[in-house]
Design a protein around this ligand. Structure first.
Ligand code: FAD
Ligand code: NAP
Length: 450
């Protein structure tokens, strides 16, 4: 069966896929959206039957309601500043129904293979989970929105003696409720947002909670001056040099909460805003209560349930929760076509694959801020490209810009697999706006007109 025709294919109906679908629908661009699970919302659908959600029961967004909402659809005014995953999933449902494109989403349908086809088109294969039926179609463009926080990254390489550890080991991707920590001696590894959340949960139910990390982090509270912290910068202030923004935020943090070292955390080996922000208003008081013990990195598993740390200390541990991040993975591409070893994937403006006309990535970025409004803006740009309203620079120019951006980000952020797709929220939005203006009628038209 050959479906598709000149249409656009959207892979995934998480917050990025539905943003893409909304824009295609509004522009009357014909599209099919394929979704593995039974519902929209991806990561934000707790216990999603796609098996890919990393939400745990207590999860709330850490980007505030107003900065997280799509530009075209505000969150309900009676939502709190930091809604729960249940509320966020409800918001996504309301968004889809408000714009009326649910019938374009093929639920319980897995995209299994995507490859280039003659004439610059793309051959997409999919499998219906219920009927078990395989089908394929040729699409003029493919918008990949399969998410980048579902494929658990375990410590690489494994720690010495790890395979003989007699306690339990889980990755936070599989963590749902704190009952698995109750009465246990729990070690949480990492100092990102997952690690701080789980360490705080452990501190309430575990027999002992340890938080180990290989470097320190600047902890940012959810509120400063009575406002959600991410509302303190805006499109205007974001034009200031990072050094000035950093100095301002550092001063406010110092006044409000002091420094991480005041609570027994190690001094970060980097400046504020040189790492993805660790946002927590709960961690520091739990440290202050002595309910969480800070440790340096794991050095080795020392037999039985013993864990030795890099400062030579040891603890008996029942459960290790690895909060060590995620891999960027595309199971439907042949690896030699597109892959992201060590989370590196060279894309122009984090969206366009220069060598693969018609292939676009939505939401594959890690902002200092929320992803949803960026996915929406990316989709508007991609719709312009699909409609051939704008063009792209030559491949070599895109590659040069990718290299320049990579260099800029390497200077800006700590070298880590979690910082390979970073963008600064407002400057990035501005760069997309420029793409939508400057390139009108110029450059190489990669997209076919419909
Ligand atoms: C615990 C946690 C908390 C977070 N908190 C925030 C926050 O507060 N603010 C923020 O902005 N970001 C946050 N993030 C980042 C998160 O990535 C985004 O919020 C958001 O989920 C990205 O949406 P997405 O659509 O790109 O990916 P996902 O939500 O992962 O959705 C991808 C969708 O694609 C579908 N899919 C995948 N493969 C296929 C396939 N082969 N065929 C068909 N369908 C497929 C999946 O079923 C899924 O529905 C958080 C991430 C985690 C893990
Ligand atoms: N809304 C919320 O409240 C919330 C909650 C959880 C997660 N999130 C989001 O979900 C995404 C993923 O967050 P995450 O915390 O799961 O992952 P992450 O941000 O990638 O952080 C991974 C952490 O593990 C450390 N690490 C990785 N490999 C290690 C190793 N081998 N040994 C020791 N430490 C290692 C990293 O250290 P290095 O820095 O040294 O690499 C880092 O501290 C982020 O976007 C985050 O904002 C949001």
């Amino acid at each position: 069966m050959n479906e598709g025709g000149g249409r656009v294919c959207v892979i995934g109906a998480g917050s990025s896929g539905i943003a893409a679908a909304q824009v295609m629908h509004a522009r009357e661009i014909e599209f099919d959206c394929f979704e593995l699970g039974s519902e929209v919302g991806g990561n934000w659908r707790y216990m999603n039957d796609n098996g890919m959600s990393s939400s745990y029961l207590s999860l709330h967004i850490n980007t505030s309601r107003r900065t997280t909402a799509y530009a075209t659809y505000p969150m309900p005014a009676d939502y709190p500043d930091y809604p729960s995953h249940f509320q966020i999933a409800e918001y996504f449902d309301a968004y889809v129904d408000h714009f009326g494109f649910r019938d374009h989403i093929r639920f319980r349908t897995e995209v299994t293979h995507v490859e280039p086809a003659p004439g610059g088109t793309w051959n997409v294969r999919w499998r219906s989970l219920d009927a078990g039926e395989e089908s394929s179609g040729v699409y003029s463009a493919v918008l990949v929105a399969n998410g980048h926080h579902w494929d658990a990254r375990w410590p690489e390489p494994a720690f010495e003696g790890q395979t003989s550890f007699e306690g339990a080991e889980i990755h936070v991707h599989d963590y749902k409720t704190p009952d698995v920590l109750e009465g246990k001696r729990v070690l949480v590894l990492g100092i990102g947002n997952s690690a701080t959340d789980i360490a705080v949960e452990a501190s309430r139910v575990a027999d002992a909670a340890f938080l180990a990390m290989r470097r320190g982090a600047w902890i940012v509270p959810k509120y400063l001056k009575g406002k959600p912290t991410d509302e303190l910068t805006n499109a205007v202030t974001s034009r200031l040099p990072i050094t000035i923004l950093r100095a301002g935020l550092k001063r406010q943090l110092k006044q409000a909460i002091g420094e991480p070292m005041d609570y027994g955390l190690p001094e970060p080996d980097h400046k504020l805003a040189e790492a993805h922000p660790t946002v927590s208003s709960d961690l520091l008081p739990r440290l202050g209560h002595g309910e969480i013990t800070v440790k340096p990195n794991i050095a080795a598993f020392a037999g039985g349930k013993a864990v030795r740390f890099s400062d030579g200390s040891s603890e008996e541990i029942d459960v290790v929760v690895y909060c060590t991040g995620y891999k960027i993975t595309f199971p439907f591409f042949d690896e030699d076509l597109i892959s992201a070893p060590d989370n590196e994937i060279p894309l122009y403006r984090r969206v366009v694959s220069p060598q693969h006309p018609g292939l676009y990535f939505i939401g594959l970025c890690q902002p200092l801020g929320a992803i949803m409004p960026l996915s929406e803006a990316q989709s508007e740009w991609v719709a312009d490209l699909v409609e051939a309203k704008v063009g792209l620079p030559e491949v070599t120019e895109m590659q040069r810009e990718i290299a320049r951006e990579r260099e800029r980000m390497a200077k800006r952020y700590v070298a880590s697999k979690r910082h390979t797709i970073q963008v600064d929220f407002d400057p990035y939005l501005r760069s997309l706006k420029r793409e939508r203006k400057r390139r009108r009628g110029a450059g190489r038209l990669l997209a076919r007109s419909r």
